[in-house]
Ligand binder design. Structure first.
Ligand SMILES: [Zn+2]
Length: 93
């Protein structure tokens, strides 16, 4: 994520918005006090409990495809995407 110097993530919007973009993905950090529902993380297929800091990610320009992820799950998934591209995605399927 953004703390890594090699990270492709670029800060976007206002400082308090906690929004970033990279490689056509848009990411928003959801603060614990704003996380009021239970979501299912597509990375590990486990629930994201309320009051848990997590991230919402969607393809740039397609906010209707947004997904809630545990932060480490998304980071792992994103690393795989960047490393393997389409090949990596097929291997998982
Ligand atoms: Zn997860």
């Amino acid at each position: 994520m953004p703390s890594d110097e090699r990270s492709p993530w670029r800060f976007r919007g206002e400082p308090l918005a906690l929004e970033w973009e990279a490689d056509g993905w848009h990411l928003r950090v959801v603060q614990p006090y704003r996380a009021l529902k239970v979501y299912r993380c597509p990375g590990c297929d486990q629930e994201i409990l309320p009051r848990t800091m997590h991230v919402v990610v969607w393809p740039e320009g397609s906010p209707q495809q947004r997904r809630h992820w545990h932060r480490p799950c998304w980071e792992r998934h994103f690393t795989e995407l960047r490393r393997g591209g389409e090949r990596g995605r097929r291997r998982r399927a």
